[in-house]
Design a protein around this ligand. Structure first.
Ligand SMILES: Cc1ncc(C[n+]2csc(CCOP(=O)(O)OP(=O)(O)O)c2C)c(N)n1
Ligand code: SF4
Ligand SMILES: [Mg+2]
Length: 280
């Protein structure tokens, strides 16, 4: 475990490409906290786990997050990170493959890959960074943009309902699911540890503050500290949400561990069995 005093120093020096700092994120962006959450998880999991890890990311501000880590990382195409990660995992099943994607990347353009990765129950850890819009390209509406919210492409308010990622992945066959915000970083760290250790398709969604676009357009709160406060005040634990109506849950972030099942076989193991059968 880390002591608070040497925490930042250890994490940055040990795990990050400090020589390419400062990074590209806007001041106050929550992606720095997401990087820290991932590194805290690895600090607790240990060096061996870290050395067996490869990151894959898509395109977007979120896609940059793992590129600052001192590990191999494939920065792929918008929406296609899971397709690359699937090929990598199938060809090198001993690698620990972690896929970092934005909400647009994973649920918009890459939505189909997400469903099928869950359906296969392939042993990947998907870390989904949700900022409620497409940031890298200037703040357009995403499948996670709250109903009624103003973005660059919805100046009169978004008329589309919000995407329920956890329920979708549960139905598709994922076997570990959790959702937190950057305010709940200890819980998020614990879920990422579990997701990495889990054998099967695991997704951890982390809602984070994008002061530059979500702050200005959606919340009218461009100060990252106000956004953190908003994340805190608008999060509701899964257990409490069960007694609320859909209307009451509009614009709420329902946080918690949604699913942890061990009754489904993992994809690369099934593939190995099939290969052995075919060779006989
Ligand atoms: C095939 C393709 N379509 C569109 C784009 C342009 N594009 C790049 S990033 C992006 C949105 C990223 O949004 P998100 O995945 O939510 O990540 P964020 O920047 O919000 O972290 C888009 C539309 C692209 N690079 N490739
Ligand atoms: S645009 Fe938003 S998500 Fe992208 S780096 Fe800036 S604050 Fe972060
Ligand atoms: Mg986004």
């Amino acid at each position: 475990m880390l002591s608070e005093a040497n925490f930042e120093h250890i994490l940055a020096k040990k795990y990050m490409r400090t020589e390419i700092m400062p990074h590209a994120f806007c001041p106050g962006c929550g992606l720095g906290i997401i990087e820290r959450i991932i590194l805290m998880a690895f600090e607790e999991l240990g060096q061996e786990e870290w050395e067996h890890t490869v990151f894959v990311s898509g395109v977007g501000c979120s896609g940059w997050a793992p590129l600052y880590f001192r590990r191999d990382a494939a920065h792929t195409l918008h929406g296609r990170a899971l397709a690359f990660a699937t090929a990598l995992k199938v060809s090198r099943p001993n690698l620990n493959v972690i896929v970092v994607m934005g909400d647009g990347d994973s649920m918009g353009i890459g939505g189909n890959h997400l469903i099928h990765a869950a359906r296969r129950n392939i042993n990947l850890t998907a870390i989904i960074a949700t900022n409620m819009l497409y940031s890298l390209t200037g703040g357009q509406m995403a499948p996670t943009t709250p109903e009624g919210a103003r973005t660059q492409t919805t100046p009169y308010g978004n008329i589309e309902p919000n995407f329920n990622l956890m329920e979708l992945l549960k139905a598709a066959g994922a076997t570990y699911l959790a959702k937190w915000t950057t305010y709940h970083f200890i819980q998020a760290k614990n879920s990422i540890k579990k997701a990495i250790e889990h054998k099967g398709f695991a997704a951890v969604e982390i809602v984070f503050q994008c002061p530059t676009f979500a702050g200005r357009y959606i919340l009218g709160k461009p100060d990252p500290r106000d956004m953190m406060q908003w994340l805190k005040e608008n999060s509701i634990p899964l257990s409490a949400a069960k007694n609320k109506s859909p209307e009451e849950l509009k614009r709420k972030i329902v946080i918690g561990e949604y699913l942890h099942r061990t009754d489904r076989k993992e994809y690369t193991e099934r593939l190995k069995e099939l290969e052995e059968k075919a060779r006989r």
